[in-house]
Design a protein around this ligand. Structure first.
Ligand code: SF4
Ligand code: SF4
Length: 361
């Protein structure tokens, strides 16, 4: 038996993404890497033309990302009846249908719209807001990112359906302050404003204390004894209320209905062939985390978008626009107050101010 095992090593279990080619539209498989150009005939539609002369039309519609099975089936039925049976989801929860016949585009749009879906989100529109899991899946959120997205996109629907912005606008949300999401032209992120409240009776039972101490970015946590029980304590003068101690140690509760707020950041962008990455900067802090419609945060996002739409030049992304006009003018145009909370006076920030991947001499 031992000998047989030696001869037949156990193969690794592949649990990553499946090979995408098996799901691709046949015209896309045939012309993979051979595309000549593309154009944008209307909001929500792209036309790609291959060197071979083949063409593929893509129709994009928004979804709410966390889809119930009935909606998913409805979307797939539309794909079977009006498209060529191939769909894909984008990182921003939009569904895309691919068809190789231009005559199918308009009936497909009609079917989507009559089923209540919104077609758009391409080129210089405000595409769907990307968001993290929120209360549905994750164990540490301080807000429901998907709820924020729904409330905001309801008000930005015309900007999704039309291409009226100077360039594309990518908005993100994140439901805690430390992990996934929250990096875009505009980002709506959780902001804790008070240090964690510690349930000393539970810490020793639930938390691996050394790893919680190691997790704090400003070394504000230290071991302690309370009522004869080993526990942890926080130096509140050092604590930056990041919430990093809460996931490994739930008795260090940081979410709070009143003191967990939202903050709005702007100007985050990845590096590309022409420019280095730009880091987003905080422009509104302490915004009420106010479900179910988050009106205060939505009003600020709309105000930023309005100023960007009115003042930016064609092709400027939000970070390019702010670089050109400067921060004082940004605050003037948006009418947002500039407060002491906008000044990064944390002593560790010197390092974060110098974190581009570009080599400097
Ligand atoms: S942002 Fe934070 S709370 Fe939200 S899903 Fe990611 S880890 Fe969980
Ligand atoms: S909230 Fe952040 S800074 Fe404060 S104690 Fe926890 S890990 Fe440290």
């Amino acid at each position: 038996m031992a000998e047989a095992q030696k001869q037949k090593p156990r193969m690794p279990i592949e649990s990553g993404c499946p090979d995408g080619f098996q799901y691709m539209h046949p015209v896309m498989v045939k012309n993979f890497g051979q595309w000549s150009y593309h154009e944008h005939p209307r909001a929500g539609v792209l036309r790609h033309v291959a060197h071979s002369g083949d063409e593929i039309w893509t129709v994009k519609a928004g979804t709410q990302r966390i889809l119930d099975v009935f909606t998913l089936r409805k979307l797939c039925d539309i794909g079977d009846e009006y498209a060529d049976g191939h769909v894909r989801f984008t990182i921003r929860s939009n569904i895309e249908y691919m068809v190789s016949d231009a005559a199918k585009v308009q009936p497909l749009i009609g079917a989507l719209e009559s089923a209540g879906f919104v077609v758009g989100g391409t080129a210089n529109s405000v595409t769907s807001i990307s968001h993290t899991q929120g209360w549905l899946h994750c164990d540490i959120p301080g807000t429901d990112a998907s709820g924020v997205v729904k409330a905001m996109m309801d008000e930005l629907i015309d900007e999704f359906k039309n291409c009226n912005m100077p360039n594309r606008v990518h908005i993100t949300t994140s439901c805690c302050q430390i992990n996934c999401g929250g990096q875009g032209d505009i980002a709506i992120n959780v902001q804790h404003t008070k240090p964690p409240r510690i349930n000393h009776d539970l810490v020793a039972n639930v938390c691996e204390r050394p790893s919680v101490v190691a997790r704090c970015p400003v070394a504000a946590i230290r071991p302690a004894q309370v009522n004869g029980k080993p526990t942890l304590e926080v130096d509140e003068k050092k604590c930056i209320c990041c919430g990093a101690c809460y996931p490994p140690c739930p008795p260090m509760q940081i979410n709070d209905p009143e003191h967990t707020k939202l903050a709005i950041w702007v100007g985050g962008n990845h590096s590309n062939a022409r420019s280095r990455p730009s880091f987003q900067k905080l422009v509104a802090a302490g915004v009420p985390n106010n479900p179910p419609r988050w009106p205060e945060a939505t009003a600020i996002v709309k105000r930023i978008l309005r100023a960007y739409k009115d003042d930016a030049k064609d092709w400027e992304r939000i970070n390019d626009w702010i670089d050109r006009i400067g921060w004082p003018r940004f605050f003037e145009l948006t009418g947002l107050p500039f407060t002491k909370y906008h000044i990064d006076h944390w002593r560790g920030s010197r390092k974060s101010l110098n974190s581009s991947s570009y080599i400097r001499f």
